[in-house]
Design a protein around this ligand. Structure first.
Ligand SMILES: CC(C)(COP(=O)(O)OP(=O)(O)OC[C@H]1O[C@@H](n2cnc3c(N)ncnc32)[C@H](O)[C@@H]1OP(=O)(O)O)[C@@H](O)C(=O)NCCC(=O)NCCS
Length: 198
């Protein structure tokens, strides 16, 4: 189906979170997110757009850019906000890989103050429900550094299958034995998701 024919949700809800696309006016909150997560994101998310934000204005521009990308279905960024406090807890990125299959890619980070509370797993499970539901996904993929154990544990908790291991792709991140680290590739098929949720 053509990407513009998909109806995208205003929000997704889980037990503890509201996930929604960013919008104009989110800049001030996102500016604070960018400032406090800089060091947290650097090791494994060096290319994350949040790291290019140094001013309130840049944060607001990024929010409007994400909103435009959402509307164009080019890149689907969702902020996950704690229901109880309204504070930012995590971000989930959904990238279209192939609209015809369809296949999507998932990426994420948790706010440093909200790490270790199960928020990302909760959010990813909700996003998978949406992708394999209304979006009709056949496959969802996810990639992470092999040293990023917290990340591949999220993937495995959500049922992803390790499909590949690209060896020694990262010079900046070393394994315990001092060699360059690599990347794990994960995938989840519609049939596997349906079996898990039966
Ligand atoms: C990767 C990353 C998102 C993982 O975050 P996380 O907080 O560990 O993941 P979750 O939110 O799913 O939380 C899981 C942890 O919360 C714990 N937890 C606490 N309360 C919980 C609850 N009520 N429900 C479920 N889990 C809970 C779980 O036991 C688990 O801890 P464990 O891994 O020590 O067993 C985070 O480390 C991060 O943002 N890193 C920097 C950016 C990054 O690397 N992104 C990924 C790039 S591929």
């Amino acid at each position: 189906m053509h990407k513009m024919l998909y109806t995208l949700p205003d929000q997704l809800e889980t037990e503890r979170l509201i996930l929604r696309p960013y919008r104009a006016g989110d800049g001030a909150a996102y500016y604070a997110v960018c400032q406090r997560n800089r060091e947290h994101l650097l090791p494994f998310e060096a290319g994350n757009p949040a790291l290019d934000v140094y001013t309130l204005e840049q944060a607001e521009i990024l929010m409007r850019h994400f909103a435009a990308e959402w509307a164009a279905r080019n890149a689907l960024f969702l902020g996950a906000w704690e229901k109880i406090s309204g504070s930012f807890a995590a971000q989930i990125y959904v990238g279209p890989v192939d609209w015809e299959l369809p296949e999507f890619e998932i990426g994420y980070f948790v706010d440093v103050a909200h790490q270790g509370q199960g928020y990302v797993t909760e959010a990813v499970k909700a996003v998978l429900g949406w992708l394999f539901g209304d979006m009709g996904a056949h496959r969802v993929r996810l990639g992470c550094n092999e040293v990023n154990e917290r990340s591949w544990r999220v993937a495995e908790r959500c049922g992803f299958v390790r499909e590949g291991h690209l060896r020694q792709t990262r010079k900046q991140v070393l394994r315990e034995d001092g060699t360059y680290s690599g990347d794990y590739l994960y995938g989840l098929l519609r049939s596997e998701f349906e079996n898990m949720n039966r």
